[in-house]
Design a binder for this molecule. Structure first.
Ligand code: FAD
Length: 444
């Protein structure tokens, strides 16, 4: 099924050959979760295309799932008789560009390692007075993945799997007993399992929502402005907006080039011009005369809005339809980071699919972390805590490794407790009570 040169075939040039889907005992067995036994066969039936897996939305989560299935199939310990599932990817957009830069931290080997662009073993935090702290990451590393590399990795994985891309917007996904039906562009596809990452409303509305909104420039300096060994995670020396938190973020690729970003956590977005003005201001603030116009060229830009919310997202939308990615609650509310949780879920789903288990995505974040995030969001949103003070304080009083592991939900209970204790007690307690009150009101 692979196109020339290992390209993933688009549906215009290569439709799935339609499969003869088992009925009777085999279908019943499939219902019990052994579908992969009949694995990778395409068939055409009067009713349309039928596949094992339909991935609706081929962005970070959908493509991460394709990559995870491919990775596990090629793992040394996979039994030889495991056959790859038949997969279709439905998304009107075939992403190939550097539309985003994914960063996260890990202990040394990412599931998408071939797409890793840079790693660092230290980060800097800058307080609101400009005081910079270098923070060694201990056993962790901070990792940068350019989206173009991730998309290419996923394309290669999809090509090896023989997955077919159908470049249409999905109109509807209907759950069913043995099959789910995906309706798109007047066609129907029946799938044993659907993994849907289209934007979706939460299952329980938010009590607090802050927007993490940002714009970054890919900058080339005409002088050695950057320390390639030191990304700046949060630089709070930028002017702080009323009712929000702002910081600069720097990812150096080499002494001359890097991504420089301006981010706010607040309720409202800025005008496009205001992000550029803030970025230009940050360039001067951080690099002085080395950051004035003329000393650098902007070679590209990326922009985004990530809701930081305590809303609850469903991971299942019926028996055969699963929600993944941001739509399935992958975003960690206190940070806006989602990549690690999405790839963790992808690995678990892929393992389930290949071993014939029901592939329900695991909870992206633990309940106690979701609660702590809700409290922190409320404290930030109400102005009860000052964002720069809170984050600076967490990193001053704990090792960076401990804070980052806490933020990934991977900390030990003792480590998590130490992080919680280092937050300002009064405002956090008030926010915890306010959160409890809001929960009680919502359940009435
Ligand atoms: C600019 C930016 C930078 C980010 N950086 C980081 C970071 O550094 N670290 C981190 O952890 N997180 C980061 N995130 C957050 C998160 O990791 C990303 O948003 C990630 O792309 C989410 O993956 P997703 O699959 O849920 O959504 P997306 O990647 O947005 O994918 C959803 C897909 O659904 C498709 N779609 C929409 N409607 C339909 C339809 N009707 N039918 C079919 N397909 C449809 C879209 O075309 C899209 O391809 C960033 C987000 C942005 C926007």
């Amino acid at each position: 099924m692979n196109g020339p040169g290992g390209q993933v075939p688009d549906a215009e040039t290569a439709r799935p050959e339609l499969v003869s889907v088992p009925d009777g005992p085999q279908a019943a067995a499939a219902d019990q979760g052994t579908e992969t036994a009949w694995g990778r066969q395409w068939a055409r039936q009067a009713g349309g295309v039928q596949v094992d897996v339909a991935i609706v939305g081929a962005g970070g989560a959908g493509l991460g799932l394709v990559a995870a299935i491919d990775r596990l199939l090629n793992a040394a310990d996979v039994p030889r008789d495991v056959r790859p599932p038949s997969v279709v990817l439905l998304d009107p957009v075939h992403h190939r560009d550097d539309d985003r830069t994914w960063c996260f931290w890990d202990r040394g080997l990412s599931p998408v390692e071939p797409a890793v662009h840079r790693t660092w073993n230290q980060v800097a935090i800058v307080d609101r007075d400009g005081g910079e702290r270098r923070l060694p990451l201990g056993r962790l590393r901070y990792v940068m993945v350019r989206s173009s590399d991730f998309y290419a990795l996923a394309d290669d994985a999809a090509a090896r799997l023989g997955a077919v891309r159908i470049p249409v917007a999905v109109d509807e996904v209907i759950d069913g007993g043995s099959w789910a039906t995906v309706r798109a562009g007047g066609e129907e596809i029946r799938a044993r399992w659907v993994f849907d990452s289209r934007p979706a409303p939460p299952a329980r509305p938010a009590r607090t929502v802050l927007l993490q909104h940002f714009r970054g420039w890919r900058v080339r300096f005409n002088h050695r402005a950057l320390d390639p060994s030191l990304p700046v995670l949060m630089d709070f020396s930028v002017p702080q907006p009323a009712g929000g938190t702002a910081f600069g973020y720097v990812l150096p690729s080499d002494p001359f080039t890097g991504l420089v970003e301006y981010t706010q956590f607040s309720r409202t977005l800025l005008s496009p011009r205001a992000y550029d003005d803030a970025l230009a201001g940050y360039m001067v603030e951080r690099w002085g005369s080395g950051g004035v116009p003329g000393t650098y060229t902007v070679e590209g830009a990326e922009q985004g809005v990530i809701p930081m919310t305590d809303a609850a997202f469903a991971r299942r939308d019926g028996k055969r339809v699963m929600r993944i990615g941001v739509a399935g609650g992958a975003t960690r509310a206190s940070t806006g980071y989602a990549f690690t949780a999405m790839q963790r879920q992808a690995g678990s789903i892929a393992a389930d699919l290949l071993s014939g288990r029901r592939p329900t995505p695991p909870a992206p974040h633990r309940a106690r972390h979701r609660w702590l995030d809700a409290v922190m969001l409320r404290a930030l949103d109400s102005g009860g805590v000052d964002g720069p003070d809170l984050f600076t304080r967490l990193f001053e009083r704990n090792s960076a490794e401990r804070v980052l592991r806490f933020l990934d939900g991977a900390g030990s209970p003792a480590g998590d407790l130490a992080v919680i204790r280092s937050a300002p007690k009064g405002p956090m307690t008030r926010a915890a009570f306010a959160d409890l009150g809001a929960r009680l009101r919502l359940t009435r």
